[in-house]
Design a protein around this ligand. Structure first.
Ligand code: ADP
Ligand code: MG
Length: 549
């Protein structure tokens, strides 16, 4: 038997990276700005612990377009690299990373990073890349050049200020990345909340007039750095340091096109069993299920990962808005990978629990306010109850069941209230409900006059919720208030009195039935004493549910 190892040729790596490493070419900018950020934060740490004896100062990252030379520049004031470090981090990592990449390539769809290959994503848009870098250590600057072939050059450079400049010579087929609008768009998508200030161009700022200035004095205009990011977004702060307005303001930052205030927020702050921060907002939803517009955004250490969160967060949370940030969310990976990732699954379960806990806290803190908002949040809660068992289990605490007369009960309150009066001869407690106050008004009145409560369930998922509740709660059934005669809906074996003879009743029913001409409806003549109506028409629960599902 012959044994050996397959020799991976370096020549093959660059075209592979270029084609398959990331499905989205545009993320090269996120990768390079991430590296610049890392370099800056590393320096911050080293100066903090006294290992780097230099002034940390007020560093920023600059992104610059040079149209004439067709170059894009990413410049940082971070820790820089010595020539030796360039050899180590840039030249070598590619080898091991690429090996790993090729081994795993078979089953990866959409292809993924986290092999330390972020830097090489530059070659997706550039046919030549330069690094000019000066370490904080007292060593000469280095100049690395590579045209996408395995050969590189490494020289001494005359850069004197600390930090790194990456120069991308943008390839012919990627000229869009020399467009100011394009770069602005990318920076605001991926880097809007990154922790180091990012400068892109300048803007004019008008200085306020000094006090006592002449009436016709012209305010002075100055040119300032155009910083495209907010390095300290609300979710990175301590909840107790923030007031409601801060959250509203942050909501606007996230969704500039949203003019309506969110109803409330949940500030997530978890450090065990994993790190997770974030803010979730409950928008005013009503019965409107629209999950496509302003979506929840996933971040990893303030770097935007995706807003395609289906399969990552539970479906019902996709009705919410906001930000989830966790270092455990792998960056640069395809969505199917994210969905299968164990850490991501745990995060998802944990968020569900947190939302349930928060709802429980909100209703205890201010029941009245919670009731007022119920109509706008019920879709999320009911959707969660129907689709997530863990959420359903906790929902007795915070799910409300409003009556047609606007009394709001929790499940236990409701059962407590109706148990005596609405339990039938089979010992089932019957929950009467209406789905439309106008058209079912007659029936609601009849039920109310008998002393029965009627619950109002009008959300688009009410039918599913009822099914879920009937399937889980013992000795309870639901009946729509117009599904049958009230005495049949809650059958207590009472005597029914009618002034008409049985024969007359049959005749009258036949006539009315002919008039309606619809098999799914039933005519009721018995015991109408509680209403002024001469007769009522009902549609069976079964027929109606068939229609609603
Ligand atoms: P990763 O960021 O996952 O380590 P990359 O391929 O993005 O992988 O970068 C490889 C390494 O190159 C980094 O870990 C870092 O050591 C070095 N590097 C890249 N960009 C910079 C920079 N702007 N300043 C200093 N070092 C950098
Ligand atoms: Mg990187």
């Amino acid at each position: 038997m012959n044994k050996g190892s397959i020799n991976v040729s370096v020549e093959n790596i660059f075209p592979l990276i270029k084609k398959f490493l990331y499905s989205d070419h545009e993320i090269f900018l996120r990768e390079l700005v991430s590296n610049a950020t890392d370099a800056t934060l590393k320096l911050k740490h080293l100066t903090n612990i006294g290992e780097a004896k230099v002034e940390y100062g007020d560093p920023k990252i600059e992104v610059k377009i040079n149209k004439e030379n067709s170059t894009l520049h990413i410049i940082d004031q971070g820790l820089g690299m010595t020539a030796e470090e360039v050899e180590k981090y840039i030249n070598q990592v590619a080898f091991s990373g690429a090996e790993e990449f090729i081994n795993q390539h078979k089953d990866a769809d959409g292809i993924i990073g986290h092999f330390g290959l972020g830097f090489y994503s530059a070659f997706m848009v550039a046919d030549k890349v330069e690094i000019i870098t000066k370490s904080y250590k007292d060593e000469p600057a280095a100049h690395w050049t590579c045209d996408g072939s395995p050969e590189f050059t490494l020289d001494v450079a005359d850069k004197t200020d600390r930090g790194t400049e990456i120069i991308l010579h943008i390839a012919e087929d990627s000229k869009e990345f020399l467009d100011e609008w394009k770069i602005r768009e990318l920076l605001s998508k991926y880097n809007k909340f990154m922790p180091v200030p990012i400068k892109f161009g300048t803007r004019k700022e008008t200085l306020p007039l000094p006090e006592g200035a002449a009436e016709d004095a012209k305010p002075e205009e100055i040119e300032v750095d155009n910083i495209i990011n907010n390095p300290t977004p609300a979710w990175t702060k301590t909840p107790s340091d923030l007031v409601d307005e801060d959250y509203q303001k942050f909501y606007r930052e996230l969704y500039p096109m949203q003019f309506e205030d969110p109803l409330f927020h949940i500030h997530l702050n978890v450090d065990y069993p994993f790190n997770l921060t974030g803010i979730l907002f409950f928008p005013k939803l009503g019965n409107n299920i629209n999950i496509d517009k302003d979506k929840i955004q996933l971040y990893q250490n303030q770097v935007f990962v995706t807003d395609e969160v289906k399969g990552i967060v539970p479906d019902f949370l996709m009705l919410l808005r906001g930000v989830i940030d966790s270092p455990d969310i792998p960056l640069n990976v395809s969505r199917s990978y994210l969905q299968a990732d164990g850490a991501v699954k745990k995060i998802s379960a944990h968020i569900t629990k947190k939302v349930a806990d928060k709802m429980g806290a909100l209703i205890t803190q201010n029941r009245e306010e919670y009731e007022q908002k119920w109509n706008d949040i019920k879709v999320v809660i009911e959707y969660g109850m129907v689709t997530e068992d863990k959420f359903f289990e906790k929902s007795d605490k915070f799910a409300l069941y409003p009556t047609t007369n606007n009394t709001y009960y929790t499940w236990n309150e409701l059962i407590e209230k109706i148990k005596g009066n609405q339990t039938d001869k089979n010992n089932k407690t019957v929950i009467l409900y209406a789905t439309d106050k106008d058209s079912q008004d007659q029936y609601i009145q009849i039920a109310n006059e008998k002393g029965y409560e009627v619950i109002f369930l009008d959300s688009p998922i009410a039918a599913h919720l009822i099914q879920k509740l009937e399937g889980t709660k013992e000795n309870v059934s639901f009946a729509r208030v117009d599904a049958d005669h009230i005495n049949n809906l809650i059958d207590k074996d009472e005597v029914k009195i009618s002034k008409l003879s049985d024969e007359d009743k049959e005749k009258l029913k036949t006539q009315i039935n002919e008039g309606i001409n619809n098999q799914s409806y039933t005519v009721q003549l018995e015991d109408l004493s509680a209403t002024d109506a001469p007769f009522i028409i009902t549609q069976s629960e079964f027929m109606r549910r068939m229609k609603d599902m």
